[in-house]
Design a binder for this molecule. Structure first.
Ligand SMILES: CC(C)(COP(=O)(O)OP(=O)(O)OC[C@H]1O[C@@H](n2cnc3c(N)ncnc32)[C@H](O)[C@@H]1OP(=O)(O)O)[C@@H](O)C(=O)NCCC(=O)NCCS
Length: 213
């Protein structure tokens, strides 16, 4: 059975839904800017995402998407997320020693990134009274962080790296490497023979794609 009225309503309804989404995003970004976060107007942030500066700084680049339930907590450090990145649902990014995420980085759901550690050297004092050590984390451009990955402080995730689902990253990775396991080890490479020429070619292609950091 044809329903001409339904067809006639479809376009205005789609337009209204799009408008409401854009308005909702505008209000979310405005709220974040009023809280002192630097967020590009082309970013999309789900209203349920939580941004806490706690004396630190948070900046989000162009066309970056932060999905529902993501928590971005600067903890007095600086968190920078570059352009054209995704932070998927329920991921937790903690600043502390500083967290720098370059452009074109995909972060899947339920990822934890902690640029801090509890100090536990002294057995005569409870650990919750020993303070924190904080080291910066760098995630270079064009990285894919799989679901459930944990990244610990002091590491550099090199350009082009893949972090397999569930990996615990305790050490820096090699460019274009595939890393998995607990603790993570290199389990593969994206390069056919790992030659320096191929590394350079991939890097050039990435640079040419979109403007730099
Ligand atoms: C890392 C990954 C990309 C590899 O995919 P693939 O190239 O198809 O790899 P394969 O399934 O052929 O496995 C290759 C090897 O890596 C191992 N491996 C694959 N995934 C792994 C993981 N998550 N942890 C540890 N080892 C893993 C396999 O056991 C296999 O080892 P073997 O050669 O000793 O048997 C994939 O397994 C993965 O983890 N993807 C992330 C998925 C995800 O998070 N999706 C969310 C999207 S936003």
């Amino acid at each position: 059975m044809t329903r001409p009225y339904a067809e006639a309503l479809r376009k205005p309804l789609v337009r209204t839904v799009r408008f409401v989404r854009r308005l909702r995003n505008f209000l979310t970004l405005t709220k974040l800017k009023l809280k002192g976060c630097s967020v590009d107007w082309s970013a999309t942030v789900h209203p349920s995402a939580v941004f806490e500066r706690s004396g630190g700084a948070i900046s989000i680049g162009a066309n970056t998407d932060v999905d529902r339930g993501a928590i971005i907590r600067a903890m007095g450090g600086a968190i920078h997320i570059g352009s054209d990145c995704n932070v998927n649902a329920y991921s937790f990014l903690s600043g502390g020693g500083g967290l720098y995420i370059a452009d074109h980085v995909m972060i899947a759901s339920h990822v934890s990134i902690y640029a801090s550690n509890h100090v536990f050297a002294d057995t005569t004092v409870t650990m919750n009274k020993q303070g924190l050590s904080m080291e910066r984390i760098d995630i270079e451009r064009d990285v894919w962080v799989g679901t459930g990955v944990r990244i610990l402080d002091g590491v550099v995730v090199a350009t082009g790296s893949v972090l397999a689902a569930g990996a615990v990253i305790t050490k820096s990775t090699n460019p274009h490497s595939i890393n998995g396991g607990v603790p993570a080890r290199q389990i593969g490479t994206r390069l056919a023979d790992g030659s320096a020429g191929q590394v350079a070619a991939v890097a050039v292609a990435t640079e040419a794609g979109v403007s730099g950091d």
